[in-house]
Design a protein around this ligand. Structure first.
Ligand SMILES: [Zn+2]
Length: 334
């Protein structure tokens, strides 16, 4: 009896883990789908789903991309273009002001840190600017890409480390070396944010400071724009942590939360980002014709930002925590 040949698996299926039925953060099975989106660009890239836990608010890609899938999409032209869009949504001057403001949050807490590691540093733009606030601090950079070596050549960092913070060889080299560790929009890319936080605390000295900025999945823009909300960032973003979850996790590890800011870290790119995602799905001539519309949306984002950053529409937050200075007591979470 003739049989039809088996259907070959799609590229997207080969790159995804099995779908989870419970929250990777708290274990609750009470999930809802917040965004269902095709990967940007033409072809058959598969669907990506951002689920959110009703119990704790954690949002996560489900099913999650494998490491190979992530590597594939990081090289993908359209996914890269959205990354570029997120970076270009702020002028160089605005990026510099944001970096200065973030660095200054450490100033009253640690006047002269000797050593600072910027995790996910890319081209080292943050260390370059933060040196204006901390001229005597030694800034190192860690990034999974060779961009950090360019940062070293440009003398924006004093040491460049390529890899993941959680990898044993990186941890062995950097353990307890730093007075400050910063992570700007990095944790959302980490396959295991808990392991990433544990590693960040491991490379801090006792009493050191951890500075984190992240998209806020509680932003009203997430509810309003759903699959068009840039920080859902499919397929590149794996986890979005609400601030309460991040603070609770750090406290469980003995840290003290020193500052929480939901205003200053707001990035004015929600409306223009939604349009940019839409435009990755239309033919090239339409995309080019829509350029003035994109510029107008961007101008509107910037015009609204001074107001929106004070409301539930703020799309990001910053937390500074201090690692305990005493050795951990038995019975505390590890
Ligand atoms: Zn949960």
């Amino acid at each position: 009896m003739p049989t039809s040949p088996p259907t070959p698996p799609r590229v997207a299926d080969l790159f995804q883990d099995p779908r989870r039925e419970n929250c990777p953060w708290c274990g609750s099975g009470n999930l809802r789908t917040r965004a269902r989106a095709a990967a940007p660009g033409p072809g058959d890239p598969g669907m990506f789903v951002m689920d959110q836990c009703r119990a704790c608010g954690h949002a996560f890609q489900n099913p999650r991309l494998t490491a190979e899938g992530l590597a594939f999409h990081q090289l993908d032209f359209f996914a890269r273009r959205l990354d570029d869009f997120a970076e270009r949504s702020l002028s160089p001057g605005a990026v510099r002001r944001r970096h200065l403001a973030a660095a200054r949050t450490i100033l009253p807490l640690a006047a002269e840190p000797e050593s600072w590691l910027d995790v996910g540093t890319g081209h080292g733009r943050f260390p370059e600017t933060a040196k204006e606030v901390f001229p005597y601090t030694s800034f190192d950079g860690l990034d999974p890409t060779p961009r950090v070596e360019e940062a070293l050549r440009a003398e924006r960092v004093e040491e460049a480390h390529i890899g993941d913070l959680t990898s044993p060889w990186v941890l062995a080299r950097l353990r307890s070396r730093y007075d400050v560790v910063s992570m700007f929009h990095h944790l959302e890319h980490a396959p295991n944010p808990r392991a990433e936080l544990r590693a960040a605390l491991a490379v801090l000295r006792p009493g050191g400071h951890l500075l984190i900025e992240l998209p806020d999945p509680r932003s009203a823009f997430a509810t309003l724009l759903r699959r068009w909300w840039l920080p859902y960032g499919q397929p590149r973003h794996l986890h979005l942590l609400p601030p309460a979850n991040l603070c609770a996790e750090l406290r469980a590890r003995g840290c003290e939360i020193l500052t929480t800011d939901r205003r200053a870290p707001h990035i004015p790119y929600d409306l223009s980002g939604a349009l940019a995602i839409f435009l990755t799905h239309v033919p090239g001539p339409v995309r080019r014709a829509a350029a003035p519309l994109l510029a107008a949306a961007s101008a509107l984002d910037r015009a609204l930002a001074p107001l929106l950053r004070h409301t539930c529409f703020s799309n990001a937050y910053r937390i500074v925590a201090r690692k305990p200075s005493a050795p951990r007591q038995r019975g505390q979470a590890t």
